[in-house]
Ligand binder design. Structure first.
Ligand code: FNR
Length: 189
């Protein structure tokens, strides 16, 4: 079966490498029905607004709730998670007890022009996922380094190469992971 995947990209930049990686995953993952979810319009999280949530928060929460799984694709900012992505995670996690991430299967990809491939940001997202009680795929790990050297077509999609192969493997593994979690939860229900 094809699974519905919400992709959250941790960069708001028009020419974002991470957005291109996300678009490539959408294009190559034949068994995943991917949608890139907007986070650039989310007002900064403020607990005072929990009673009267901004429309963008409500829309974002619905987008995540409607998905079978969540894929984070993020750059690293100062060895950590970009603020816009942390904000989206915080918005989706509240009100307490109503987190849209609860028990959703997840996967994390980080991409950078640098050598380390956003390892720090990747693991900070993973740390948040522990608290969110998201079962996150362990392997293949995806710290995509030197992504600025990869070639993309006009639509922002990766051309042939090692990275394309890795992304194909990753999306197949994520499909199987979402499948396993959905089946396990159904069996326990
Ligand atoms: C960066 N960059 C960066 N890269 C990295 O590998 N580790 C880091 O800690 C940082 N820190 C950092 C901080 C800030 C504020 C910016 C703007 C950038 C470089 C970053 O990887 C590069 O700009 C990417 O191209 C950003 O991702 P997108 O927008 O291309 O997806």
């Amino acid at each position: 079966p094809s699974h519905k995947i919400a992709i959250i990209v941790g960069s708001l930049r028009k020419d974002s490498l991470n957005l291109k990686v996300a678009k490539s995953i959408c294009a190559f993952a034949e068994n995943l029905d991917c949608t890139i979810v907007e986070i650039g319009d989310l007002p900064l999280f403020n607990q005072d607004l929990e009673g009267t949530p901004p429309a963008a928060w409500v829309r974002f929460r619905q987008d995540i709730r409607a998905a079978d799984g969540v894929l984070f694709v993020t750059p690293e900012y100062n060895r950590g998670i970009p603020g816009v992505l942390k904000n989206a995670i915080d918005v989706g996690s509240r009100p307490y007890g109503q987190s849209v991430f609860f028990k959703k299967p997840g996967a994390i990809v980080s991409a950078s022009p640098g050598m380390i491939g956003g390892f720090g940001a990747n693991h900070q997202v993973r740390q948040a996922c522990v608290f969110l009680d998201m079962p996150v795929m362990q392997h293949p790990e995806a710290y995509l380094g030197q992504v600025s050297d990869a070639s993309f077509d006009e639509g922002g999609c990766l051309k042939d190469g090692d990275l394309k192969d890795l992304i194909r493997k990753l999306s197949e593994a994520f499909h199987d992971w979402v499948d396993v979690i959905i089946r396990a939860r159904a069996a326990l229900a």
